[in-house]
Write a protein that binds this ligand. Structure first.
Ligand code: OXD
Ligand code: MN
Length: 624
């Protein structure tokens, strides 16, 4: 311990040392001292969350070229390297102690080897840089959900983004119990040229779950570097596994029903499949768009938003479709845009923003002009498909009043949604909790998007939309979901949605804004105020109810033809899906619970019987 203090004394100015030692927790002091010895920073800055300190971070992000100011003085743009534009799943690796395995689905390596390799890469990585140390809380402060996190980074952009996205926790660290479990994040962007990580070929995210520590190196893209987002989620899933709760890749929102009733829903959709836009649907209120913790408290399922901001995909955000986000992005609320184009008049421009595309500007490839190609001759679009905005939720007009409720909100329904052109209907309710967990959550598939590296549009297994972040064997995770409601009085309903259903010619069968109607139908189901048709795959809405809801909420006539095209049961596609999913579990998930196979096989039998009775494509009404 004396060692720790002497390292800190020699590396920190008196003012910074004072700020660090005001947090009495010795594990915090040691983590910072070890990081100093390893990363060898030129200077260390301890952020105590005062306006002076948080402003210092914002100003430094600009001064060091990690962010560029825009015409609006509250806005900046950050560029990630040309090859560092999305989450790198392959190089996000669990460090697994000898003799342990996380199952075939997860990328893992021997802990000792991994630690050596990442520590080598991070060794001396801050030699000419300043180290920033910040303290946050995942989930509301002083709540059964809160998890304290220490973030160390040499990126002022990362520290600034986290200031918008997470609850500041310096004071919480000062008062929390000495033995409170803490998550530890150490990030270095590595060598920078023009403020961009250049050693991206040696980038890596290493998750040492034995020590609740994540290392991220040679990358800047937020999904690989913002420790509190997807890196902490992986640690939280393990913590939740040990303690009997759930850490999920889910939005949290209140759907407003009749007589101003609010019913809370969580929703798990893979990145780029409408999760944020659903949580923002007009006439409802948002608690969070990406990460939720769910716990059973007093016999009820309760949830909180892990975050307090949005790191959202900006492509296609328009004034007409996303008025609330649009307003924030055009206000005095702080915002960081990433990988958009900076126009000649210092405005941010993104793909499909509802305006004429620009002719020139600056983007993640440098000076950009129409027709610019990359080294493979591919045309470079003016902004990246995965360009983002980072904002605080507090500026949103539709923010729900319960964001900071330390006990969380009651969950009425859970929604699973994927990008699925040919199988699922737009909305349906599962037959019961177990049926929902298995045929919706555990069977979720989705076509890939630009949020991860690699080709887009390929159908992938995406159970619970959380596979990318799973840190325990998948079978165990499925079992945890099955068991979660064992002691619950009113079990939330489970639904699936699909906004991407197409006809044989590839035309979308539903409109973006129809999700409003699906949400209102689900809200009524939670209160048993609307009937449904029991089919082999779940409960499907009745035509007349949807027609009524379309009139109220979309102000349009919803035709029987639309309903029949959207809600017919496509038996061969559904059977093929069961085969695909069952094979994955049989071949690669040795700990898959037996009940998973039983429920899939019952669904298969029901579908085969229906096919024999009514054919391949069955109108839902037949089951009335
Ligand atoms: C995200 C993601 O950024 O899931 O939320 O990629
Ligand atoms: Mn996400």
């Amino acid at each position: 311990m004396n060692d720790t203090i002497s390292i800190l004394e020699s590396a920190l100015t008196d003012a910074n040392l004072g700020k660090l030692l005001a947090i009495p927790n010795r594990r915090v002091h040691k983590f910072v001292a070890d990081a100093i010895v390893l990363c060898k920073p030129m200077k260390v800055f301890i952020c105590n969350d005062s306006t002076m300190d948080t402003e210092y971070i914002r100003r430094n992000a600009i001064a060091r070229g990690e962010e560029t100011p825009l015409a609006n003085p509250h806005h900046t743009v950050h560029f990630d390297g040309y090859f560092d534009q999305a989450r790198d799943k392959e190089r996000t690796v669990y460090l697994v102690p000898e003799g342990e395995s996380l199952g075939e689905q997860l990328v893992q390596m021997d802990r000792e080897k991994g630690l050596n390799s990442v520590r080598k890469r991070i060794d001396g990585s801050m030699e000419h840089k300043k180290m920033v140390v910040r303290f946050f809380s995942l989930g509301p402060l002083d709540s059964p959900f809160s998890i304290p996190v220490v973030q160390i980074t040499d990126s002022f952009y990362v520290a600034h983004s986290e200031d918008l996205l997470y609850r500041r926790g310096y004071e919480y660290f000062r008062r929390m119990p000495e033995d409170k479990e803490i998550f530890w994040m150490l990030h270095s962007s590595g060598k920078l040229i023009h403020s961009v990580s250049t050693d991206w070929k040696k980038r890596g995210v290493m998750i040492d779950y034995k020590q609740n520590t994540v290392y991220s190196v040679n990358t800047q893209y937020a999904g690989n570097t913002i420790g509190l987002k997807k890196l902490a989620l992986r640690l939280a899933i393990r913590k939740a596994d040990g303690e009997g709760w759930l850490a999920e890749h889910m939005f949290l929102m209140a759907v407003h029903g009749p007589s101003a009733r609010k019913t809370y829903f969580t929703g798990a959709y893979p990145s780029g499949c409408g999760k944020t836009s659903t949580s923002m649907v007009r006439g409802n209120t948002i608690v969070g768009d990406d990460l939720s913790y769910l716990r059973v408290l007093d016999g009820k399922v309760k949830a909180v938003n892990v975050e307090q901001g949005i790191f959202g995909i900006i492509r296609s955000v328009t004034e007409r479709d996303d008025p609330v986000i649009w307003d924030v992005l055009h206000s005095n609320q702080p915002a960081i845009f990433s990988n958009v184009l900076i126009s000649e008049d210092a405005e941010p421009r993104w793909l499909d923003d509802g305006h004429e595309p620009p002719e020139s500007g600056v983007n993640h490839s440098g000076e950009w002009f129409k027709g610019k190609v990359d080294r493979h001759g591919e045309e470079i679009e003016y902004a990246h498909k995965n360009a983002r905005y980072t904002i605080r939720l507090e500026g949103l007009k539709n923010l729900d009043a319960c964001l900071e409720d330390p006990r969380g909100v009651d969950v009425g329904g859970i929604i699973y949604g994927g990008r699925d052109s040919d199988t699922w209907v737009p909305v349906q309710q599962s037959l019961d909790w177990k049926h929902g967990v298995i045929t919706m959550g555990a069977s979720l598939e989705s076509e890939t998007t630009a949020a991860t590296l690699g080709p887009s549009g390929v159908r992938k297994f995406q159970p619970f939309s959380n596979l990318d972040f799973l840190s325990i064997p998948l079978g165990k995770y499925v079992q945890n979901h099955l068991d979660f409601v064992n002691e619950v009085e009113t079990v939330p309903l489970i639904f699936s949605v699909n906004y991407f259903q197409q006809d044989e010619k590839g035309k979308f069968l539903t409109d973006k804004s129809d999700k409003q109607v699906w949400l209102k139908w689900m809200e009524l189901r939670v209160h048993n105020e609307v009937e449904a048709i029991q089919t082999p795959i779940g409960y499907i809405p009745k035509y007349d109810d949807l027609k009524h809801l379309f009139t109220i909420y979309r102000n349009r006539d919803y035709t029987r033809e639309e309903y029949d095209a959207q809600f017919s049961i496509r038996v061969p596609e559904l059977l093929a899906k069961i085969d695909r999913v069952e094979k994955i579990y049989r071949d690669t998930v040795p700990d898959a619970p037996a009940i998973l196979f039983e429920i899939l096989s019952e669904q298969r039998d029901r579908l085969i019987k229906a096919k024999n009775d009514f054919g391949d494509c069955i109108l839902s009404n037949i089951f009335l």
